[in-house]
Design a protein around this ligand. Structure first.
Ligand SMILES: [Fe+2]
Length: 433
C-alpha cells in the first residue's frame, strides 16, 4: 500500500492509500487491523449500484443522520445480501451551495459579484471556500451508512452542478468568468479531485481522457462492459454543454470497438420530455426566470437543441453497431423515471433516471405536471421518437420518492431495478436488445 499526502487544510491533512486488487475475482484488503472484502470480479455475473444527489441545497449539514441516510442504509443491506462490484455516483455527490456564505466576496453569489477584488481578498476567499468544501466532504464521509459501503465497494464518480454550485455553466458568463466565479470553480475542482477521485490535477488517474484536465471525462473497460462518463460541467457555457475536449473524447469512444454494454453516465438526463413550451412560458413570467435557468441546464433546452441532436445521433450510432448496447444513466431531477428512444427495428436506447439517494423528492404535483408534459412526446431526431415511461409497476411516469438503482448482469444480459423509499424495489427492467 502506497500512502501519500495529497492535500492540507487548516486542521487536517488528506492522505491517499493506493493499492491494487484483482478484477477477476473477489479479494480483500486490510487496514488498521480490519479486513475488508471486495467483490471485484468484473468478468461474469455482477451487480453495480448507481446513486446520485447525495444532499440538499439548504441545511444539508444539519439534517438528522438516520433520516438523511436512510437510503444509504438500504443500499448497505443490499450489498450484504448480494455484493456490488462497483458503485457509480452520477452527480451532486456534495451540495456545495452554501460554501459561498460567510465571505464578503461571495455572500452575494451568484446575483452580485464584486468588480475587481484585490489579490489578497481573493486569496482569503480561496481559503474560506477550501475549508468549507473540506467540512462538507468530511461530514459526508463520516456518515456511517455510506462509509461502510465506501470501504467495501470501489466508487466511480462524475460531478454535476451542485459539486460546484447550483447551475454552474448555465449562469451568465460574466458571473461565471468573474474572479469570484473562477475561484469558486477552481476550489470545487480541487475538492472534487481530492475527495471523489483521490487525485490531484497534476496526477490524474489513467481513466481520465484529458491529461491536462481541461475536462474531467473518464472511461473504464471491463470484459463486455464500458463505463463512459463525460464531464458536462468543466467546459459548459450558456450555449453549450460540452466543449472541444468533451466532444473529442466522445468521438474517440464512439469509434472504439467496445462489444458488450456501455453504461453512459450523463449527469443530466440524455432523454427527456419536450421543454420548449415550458421555457417559452417561463421567459414571459419574470418570477419564473430562476426556473428558466434550471431548464437551460438540461440537454432538452432549446439553447442546446443542435448539440443534443449531435449527441443523440452519436449514441444511436454506437448502439446500432453489432454487439454493442448502450444505456444512459442519470440523476439530477430528484425523481425516478425512465425513457426509451427507438434506434432501429426492435432496438431501444434506455435512459434510466435515479435521483436522489439523500435529496428528498419534490411535491407529487410537480411529478404529475412533468408527467403531463412528457405525454406530448419528443422526437429531436427524425424517426427516433422518445417516450417517457413509468418504472416497472408504477402508474405515473415520474415517481416522487428517494431512490437508487441496481444494475445486474446475469449470463451476459443486463437488467435494472430501482429501489424506492416508500414503494420498495421495482421488478427488473431488461436492458439488453
Ligand atoms: Fe441534485
Amino acid at each position: 500500500m502506497r500512502c501519500q499526502r495529497i492535500a492540507e487544510f487548516r486542521d487536517a491533512v488528506v492522505w491517499r492509500a493506493r493499492f491494487d486488487l484483482p478484477a477477476d475475482r473477489s479479494s480483500a484488503y486490510g487496514w488498521d487491523g480490519q479486513d475488508f472484502e471486495v467483490a471485484g470480479d468484473l468478468t461474469g455475473d455482477l451487480r453495480l449500484a448507481y446513486v446520485s444527489c447525495n444532499g440538499e441545497e439548504v441545511g444539508d449539514m444539519e439534517r438528522e443522520g438516520s433520516e438523511r441516510n436512510a437510503m444509504w442504509a438500504r443500499l448497505r443491506d443490499q450489498h450484504r445480501r448480494q455484493p456490488f462490484a462497483l458503485m457509480l455516483h452520477g452527480g451532486d455527490q456534495v451540495y456545495a451551495d452554501e460554501v459561498t456564505h460567510g465571505h464578503d466576496l461571495s455572500d452575494g453569489w451568484p446575483d452580485r459579484v464584486p468588480d475587481a477584488p484585490s489579490p489578497e481578498a481573493l486569496a482569503g476567499l480561496r481559503d474560506h471556500l477550501r475549508e468549507r468544501f473540506f467540512a462538507r466532504y468530511a461530514a459526508l464521509y463520516a456518515a456511517p451508512e455510506m462509509v461502510w459501503l465506501a470501504a467495501r465497494v470501489p466508487s466511480l464518480m462524475q460531478w454535476d452542478d451542485h459539486d460546484i454550485c447550483d447551475g454552474w455553466g448555465s449562469l451568465p458568463q460574466r458571473r461565471a468568468n468573474s474572479a469570484v466565479g473562477r475561484t469558486l470553480f477552481a476550489v470545487a475542482r480541487e475538492s472534487f479531485l481530492i475527495f471523489q477521485h483521490a487525485a490531484t490535477a497534476d496526477d490524474l488517474p489513467p481513466r481520465f481522457t484529458d491529461r491536462t484536465g481541461a475536462h474531467l471525462g473518464w472511461s473504464i473497460r471491463a470484459p463486455g462492459l464500458r463505463i463512459l462518463a463525460p464531464d458536462l460541467r468543466s467546459e459548459r457555457q450558456r450555449k453549450r454543454i460540452m466543449g472541444p475536449g468533451g466532444w473529442s473524447m466522445m468521438e474517440a469512444e464512439a469509434r472504439l470497438d467496445a462489444p458488450g454494454h456501455t453504461m453512459l453516465l450523463s449527469s443530466v438526463p440524455l432523454l427527456g420530455p419536450r421543454m420548449s413550451l415550458l421555457e417559452a412560458l417561463m421567459r414571459v413570467i419574470p418570477r419564473m426566470q430562476k426556473y428558466e435557468d434550471d431548464l437551460r441546464d438540461q440537454w432538452q433546452s432549446r439553447a442546446h437543441r443542435d448539440e443534443w441532436r449531435r449527441m443523440l445521433a452519436m449514441v444511436r450510432d454506437m448502439a446500432q453497431r453489432d454487439g454493442h448496447d448502450v444505456t444512459a444513466i442519470s440523476g439530477e431531477i430528484h425523481l425516478a423515471t425512465r425513457a426509451v428512444m427507438e434506434i432501429g427495428p426492435g432496438q431501444h436506447l434506455h435512459q434510466l433516471v435515479a435521483s436522489g439517494i439523500a435529496h428528498r423528492a419534490p411535491p407529487k404535483g410537480w411529478a404529475r405536471f412533468l408527467g403531463a408534459l412528457a405525454s406530448l412526446g419528443e422526437h429531436p431526431l427524425p424517426g427516433h421518437p422518445i417516450r417517457i415511461q413509468p418504472l416497472p409497476g408504477q402508474k405515473t411516469r415520474y415517481t416522487a420518492e428517494r431512490n437508487f438503482l441496481v444494475l445486474e448482469r446475469s449470463a451476459g444480459n443486463w437488467a435494472a431495478a430501482w429501489h424506492l423509499e416508500a414503494s420498495g424495489p421495482t421488478a427488473a427492467l431488461a436492458l439488453s436488445n
